[in-house]
Design a binder for this molecule. Structure first.
Ligand code: 0X9
Ligand code: ZN
Length: 425
């Protein structure tokens, strides 16, 4: 979950330019969590941060910096500055680089232990794509890889289409992940689901057979491959969220603010330096444009199915609209289905997922999101945005779970997706 951005309409105030080098490994850098209570302190903090090479990975309400990663030689000075401003802070991680190095080693070991299978470790796009192609060629009657477009940097945008009867023009259940680059557990969880889904079908699992008799399933594990692969480059790029299309001195738009529904409203910024920059116009990013064209091409099938977009983190099963606080006429039906997802997760792993419209379950309004466009422009009633584990705690560490979390997340979300699909009318 984007760290608490309750009044993000003011985010344009946050000129949090960071000049941290792209290959900086952040050893000894400390993660500060700030609680800034007034505009004066916010302005002072912003001025202080902007004049230094800090990594600002998040902004909170009113654009006040919330998560700031500070180099070791600056820590004492920053603490005395904050104390002088009466800004409350907590140090959440004393060595961000060390923590990320351990996470990389953990990921490498997992990859090695499980034969480089992208459902068991955090794989980069080329490895995920090679794996999707190998699934399709080993199961040619069941699965096909389709390229639906090209990212800004020229990567393919692959969808794995699974069907046991292509001719039937069946309803489609479409699931994407990695629209946000740093949310690594999302694509890994989807890869886990892809693998189990195919294996279960081949093993004659009755539930999956039923779900494939009724629906075609389209899986898109890496919607934002440029941003996603960029997060593998070094520690200082690990928390990248957006696409990688250049805008002046800055890079990227937030693809989940770039869809053509309430574009540019609450929860977005018109400043390219912001993490929630909406882009110059709706669908300015080739990735969101390609997805919208593709989903439009299967619109009537999707309208009889469902759209799900995996994000991390926080443990929410979000219902639309994300861009407004107004409850939609079908809110109770969305809650009914969302509660079935949460119950399935609870039964599988015991974890609690909160269900509802973002602004009404402790989050923020944010316009231009994918599931709002799918629901309110493409007319697909069932559209959800789950925020996967862990439970929200305000720290960047939630974006870097151990690879051992993949099968746990995979199992609970697979069960939720199956339960939700069965709960559709
Ligand atoms: O802000 C977002 O795009 C999503 N959270 S995240 O931390 N993964 O970035 C929430 C999207 C759905 N919620 C709203 N549109 N409010
Ligand atoms: Zn996200």
């Amino acid at each position: 979950m984007r760290l608490l951005a309750l009044f993000v309409s003011c985010l344009q105030l946050a000129l949090l330019a960071s000049a941290v080098k792209e290959d900086e490994e952040l050893f000894g850098w400390q993660e500060f969590h700030l609680t800034i209570e007034n505009a004066q302190a916010a302005a002072a903090v912003r001025f202080y941060i902007n004049s230094r090479d800090f990594l600002v990975a998040n902004e909170n309400n009113m654009g006040y910096a919330e998560s700031v990663v500070v180099p070791p030689q600056e820590v004492i000075g920053f603490i005395s500055f904050l104390s002088g401003q009466s800004v409350k802070f907590e140090i959440l991680e004393k060595d961000v680089g060390g923590m990320l190095l351990r996470a990389r080693l953990d990921n490498k070991l997992s990859a090695r232990a499980f034969n480089n299978d992208p459902s068991t470790y955090f794989a980069q796009t080329p490895d995920i794509y090679a794996w999707l192609r190998s699934i399709a060629s080993a199961n040619s009657a069941l699965a096909t890889v389709r390229n639906i477009g090209t990212s800004y940097e020229g990567r393919q945008l692959l969808v794995l289409e699974v069907s046991n009867n292509r001719a039937a023009n069946k309803p489609v259940i479409f699931i994407d992940a990695a629209i946000h680059a740093r949310e690594w557990l999302a694509p890994a969880t989807l890869n886990y689901i892809i693998k189990e889904f195919i294996n279960d079908y081949k093993a004659g699992n009755a539930e999956i057979k039923q779900l494939l008799d009724k629906y075609d399933w389209h899986f898109m594990p890496v919607l934002n491959p440029d941003g996603y692969d960029y997060t593998f480059r070094s520690s200082s790029t690990r928390y990248w969220r957006k696409t990688r299309k250049p805008y002046g001195a800055y890079y990227g738009a937030d693809p989940n603010r770039n869809f053509d529904y309430l574009f540019g409203g609450a929860g977005t910024s018109n400043n390219p330096s912001s993490d929630v920059y909406h882009g110059p116009n709706a669908f300015s990013e080739p990735e969101t444009k390609a997805l919208s064209v593709y989903l439009t091409s299967i619109q009537s099938r999707l309208q009889r199915g469902m759209y799900i977009s995996f994000h991390t983190y926080g443990q929410w099963w979000l219902t639309p609209p994300g861009g407004s606080r107004v409850l939609p006429p079908d809110h109770s039906e969305m809650l009914r289905v969302g509660n079935i997802a949460a119950a399935a997760i609870k039964a599988e792993s015991g974890l609690d997922f909160r269900v509802g419209q973002p602004a009404n379950v402790g989050l923020y309004e944010a316009t231009g999101g994918s599931y709002d466009w799918v629901k309110y422009r493409a007319g697909v009633k069932y559209a959800f945005t789950p925020e996967l584990r862990p439970f929200y705690n305000g720290s960047l560490s939630g974006f870097s779970p151990s690879a051992s979390e993949i099968p746990k997340s995979g199992r609970e979300i697979y069960r939720a997706v199956k339960a939700v699909a069965r709960a559709l009318p």
